[in-house]
Ligand binder design. Structure first.
Ligand code: CP
Ligand code: NVA
Length: 311
């Protein structure tokens, strides 16, 4: 069964088909066409952490495709009222696909290992692959061909950074992380990426000023991810030189685009001037969460439609 636990679950060609499907569905929507490709399909959103974008973009996306969704938050007692496996087996009787946002990535792996219905990772401590396909779509819209583009992530080597590194490797873009000592992306993830994509161009450096000099895309995310609240004071101090502001943007090429997965802590990892400035694509990027995930859902659940209609 095809799952989407991380981007390692799909190939380069699969990713390109998902992006093509997203682009096709986005332009259809813009011209008022909402093909009911997933009519009567039911999507469950099983979330252990808060969400605006992931939740609403999946709910709206499947509704536009003729399907429906169920949001399952804390009250369903995932792993609390009964065993994880009993819970999953029962949910698998009711729905066609599950999006999980879990505190621990192992929970998503465990659910997927039962092979009941396709499982999509809606963010874990390890990765955020749905975000990365929307990011790729956003960069593609800005630059057309992605091969050879330079992506620079300023900040923490976290779930979003890991997925962005991998999507960059899959699409032939170089990836540089500028981060303080001790906050780089773990070697195990980098090794896995290089094994799967030996042509990957990855670097991790300390100086954000140096990193952005030839960037096409500058990306940042919060310094304190969900679940890291106890490290707040320390992280604020460690990352204080890694704020994306107008001064940093002035060191980058004028054509560089600015991305942030949101939610942002304005004034912390990014200034108002940067996020609201002319180089920022963050709102279109957030909008693309829905288009990218529609592409993913149709590719997962209605491959024949993709084969027939997507150029
Ligand atoms: N970027 C993102 O995943 O946002 P939410 O946490 O609001 O879903
Ligand atoms: N790194 C952030 C991303 C939120 C979308 C977190 O995990 O909280």
């Amino acid at each position: 069964m095809q799952h989407f636990r991380t981007l390692f679950d799909i190939s380069r060609d699969d990713l390109k088909r998902i992006l093509a499907t997203a682009t096709d569905l986005k332009s259809r929507l813009e011209s008022g066409d909402r093909p009911p490709v997933l009519q009567r399909k039911v999507l469950a959103l099983l979330f252990e952490k808060p969400s605006l974008r992931t939740r609403v973009s999946f709910e709206s996306g499947i509704a536009q495709l003729g399907g429906t969704s169920l949001f399952l938050g804390e009250e369903v007692g995932w792993g609390k009222r009964e065993s994880y496996d009993d819970f999953a087996r029962v949910l698998g009787e009711y729905v066609d696909v599950v999006v999980c946002r879990a505190k621990s990535h192992d929970r998503v792996e465990q659910f997927a290992s039962l092979n009941l219905v396709p499982v999509i990772n809606g963010l874990t401590d390890l990765s955020h692959p749905c975000q990365a396909i929307a990011d790729a779509l956003t960069i593609q819209e800005a630059f057309g061909d992605l091969a050879g583009r330079r992506v620079v992530f300023v900040g923490d080597g976290n779930n979003v950074a890991r997925s962005l590194l991998l999507v960059s490797a899959m699409l032939g873009m170089s990836f540089t992380l500028a981060c303080p000592d001790g906050y780089a992306i773990d070697q195990a993830w980098c090794d896995r990426v290089i094994k799967a994509y030996p042509d990957a161009k990855i670097s991790q450096i300390r100086d954000p000023n140096e990193a952005v000099v030839d960037a096409d895309v500058i990306y940042t995310d919060v310094w304190i991810s969900m679940g890291q609240e106890s490290e707040q004071a320390e992280r604020r101090q460690v990352f204080s030189d890694y704020r994306v502001d107008e001064k940093l943007l002035r060191l980058a090429p004028r054509h560089a685009r600015l991305l942030h997965c949101l939610p942002a802590v304005r004034g912390q990892e990014i200034t108002d001037g940067a996020i609201d400035g002319p180089q920022s694509d963050v709102i279109r990027q957030a909008g693309n969460r829905m288009h990218a995930q529609k592409g993913l859902l149709v590719w997962l659940l209605a491959r024949e439609w993709v084969d027939q209609y997507v150029p």
